[in-house]
Design a protein. Structure first.
Lengths: 144, 144
């Protein structure tokens, strides 16, 4: 199973934000949309960085109230680790586990075509494993 | 595999906080400890609630700067869904997926003995599945 299969299920909707928006504005966006991270893009749609709930909390811990007015350019993670639609779910789970990241933007021919969370990847991987298990169990039972 | 097996690997360390501490103090705690959620306890160690990074972000979206001085009592989730050390990893993954929660405090005889994240549960479950797969694959191959 590859990343494309996840996007077929969840759709290719990605919320993006400009680097000059404030941390407070980003907090409102992620709360309203019930998402954990946003891709930061310039006005030509090029990916500049990623910001997550964790980045907001860390900024507050460091800068206090002042964090809320800071542009998200100052707190975003950059450069961004991305993946392509053809990569396997197994591979991206390894990347997310190793790098300790929860969200991976999906890029095809320089265009942002979706975003995959560790939750999406895990649920697809568990389904895939279940399917493999079922096949092998059938074989094992049939040959008893 | 059960919850106890996860705690044996990661240890039973749980960070707790009192309900009268501020959101800003909690932001500092979770940032310093690199954790995503904290259990809120009274002075007798009884569990009153849970607070996560997401709760902080939501409070900022609703209350702005004022959120940082609020006591976490006002933003915590309560009552708390918990699990016991004897529950299976499969079961708690179902609970976390259904209820859309990322952290589950582990309680034994009214005492908090650990905390399990969806990441912990998933990595154990994948290992467990791999072991099942290996056994079944051996059987299938042996019977070819």
């Amino acid at each position: 199973m590859n990343v494309e299969a996840i996007l077929r299920t969840k759709g290719g909707n990605v919320f993006t934000i400009r680097p000059e928006h404030s941390v407070a504005e980003m907090a409102t966006l992620v709360s309203n949309k019930r998402i954990g991270a946003v891709v930061v893009c310039d006005d030509k749609g090029r990916i500049l960085g990623m910001v997550s709930e964790r980045d907001i909390v860390r900024a507050i811990a460091v800068y206090g109230k002042g964090a809320l007015e800071m542009p998200i350019r100052n707190i975003m993670t950059s450069p961004v680790v991305t993946c392509s639609p053809t990569e396997t779910v197994k591979k991206i789970l390894e990347v997310m586990t190793e790098r300790r990241i929860r969200h991976l933007p999906v890029v095809e021919k320089d265009h942002l075509v979706g975003i995959v969370s560790i939750g999406d990847a895990v649920s697809h991987r568990l389904e895939e494993r279940q399917a493999e298990l079922d096949v092998l169990r059938d074989i094992a039972v049939a040959r008893k």
